[in-house]
Write a protein that binds this ligand. Structure first.
Ligand SMILES: Nc1ncnc2c1ncn2[C@@H]1O[C@H](COP(=O)(O)OP(=O)(O)OP(=O)(O)O)[C@@H](O)[C@H]1O
Length: 306
């Protein structure tokens, strides 16, 4: 659905994005994450045809970036959306529906449905009098006014309270379930983890890691094992009547089992803990893929049973 080939953007000789190549399949949710200044917004704007790449190409649904038909198929949500403050949500959305040549009756129905799904209260207020969360909902409704197949959302829930954030993330997830292809950037990695099929991690203008969460975990994360013994074993901490030792390999699990057995006890539980996307991100962004997590000890334990 989206093909980005060797995308590069320079600002006065400074490379904001350096040769990104990736594709996003139809119906996929693709997350772009990275530290401030990594090149996420620049990438998203090139995908949406809003800025011209210095070199490389983008196509959406088979159309080149910037072509009229490509714009019809795409909805873009900028990081900060300038809204017309004196308008109500309804007038504002009708105005954009008109720009996209959406017939009036279709627009009226779409606006009503979208604002209801977004649970926008006080619709008759002027946009300038709305809260930040309400404004974001109006901006999201605007991105959907032409019923696009592809949505490009820059930080859709940034700076919003947890309730509104969850609502917007849920709503985005629902759009994906309805078949929209979504590319979005976010700093909250929990949200990315919860709704993305695949993720690209950018740093310094480059994609430095990519894949689904399992691939990223396997390539850039770690697995630790929290081994629960009935007796004290070396490097263990006492907890709830058991002794928990955190190790990084199955060999060490086995050694712990032997130590427990020699001390007249046994292993009663082994829990695995895999890196979260945040830990993978920190490893990749810091360039320290091999950083040990076991020194966080058993207190960090939160994994599933082995
Ligand atoms: N219009 C511009 N003129 C000059 N430099 C720019 C321009 N837009 C972006 N940059 C630079 O390009 C780099 C990438 O910026 P970009 O906004 O794409 O990063 P980002 O990953 O979206 O950051 P953030 O998470 O802070 O939003 C930064 O160093 C930024 O200063």
């Amino acid at each position: 659905m989206i093909e980005a080939r060797d995308l590069r953007k320079e600002y006065g000789g400074f490379p904001a994005v350096e040769g990104s190549t990736f594709s996003v399949e139809s119906g996929e949710v693709f997350g772009i994450i990275g530290p401030n200044g990594a090149g996420k917004t620049t990438t998203l704007k090139m995908l949406a045809g809003l800025i011209e790449p210095t070199s490389g190409s983008v196509s959406v649904a088979g159309y080149d970036a910037g072509e009229t038909e490509m714009r019809r198929r795409l909805g873009f949500l900028p990081e900060e959306s300038p809204l017309y403050e004196e308008m109500t949500a309804d007038t504002y959305l009708r105005f954009f529906a008109d720009l996209y040549d959406v017939p009036e009756d279709v627009a009226a129905r779409r606006i009503e449905e979208t604002l209801s799904e977004l649970d926008l209260q006080h619709r008759d207020r002027q946009i300038g009098d709305m809260s930040k969360g309400m404004k974001r909902k109006v901006a999201i409704a605007r991105s959907l006014i032409n019923d696009p197949d592809v949505l490009i959302y820059d930080e859709p829930a940034s700076g919003l309270d947890p309730l509104t954030t969850n609502y917007i993330i849920e709503f985005t997830s629902q759009l994906a379930a309805e078949g929209k292809t979504i590319v979005f950037s976010a700093h909250n990695l929990f949200h990315v983890e919860s709704i993305c099929d695949r993720v690209a991690i950018m740093n310094g203008g480059e994609i430095v890691a990519r894949g689904d969460l399992d691939q990223l975990q396997a390539e850039h994360g770690e697995t630790v094992y929290h081994v629960h013994a009935t007796v004290e074993v070396p490097d263990s901490v006492a907890r709830n009547g058991q002794y928990v030792r955190t190790v990084e390999s199955m060999d060490e699990v086995e050694a712990t089992r032997e130590a427990a057995s020699e001390a007249g006890g046994e292993i009663v539980d082994i829990r695995t803990e895999e890196s979260s996307l945040e830990e993978v991100f920190l490893n990749v962004a810091d360039g320290h893929d091999s950083r040990s997590r076991s020194d966080r000890g058993a207190d960090a334990e939160s994994g599933s049973e082995a």
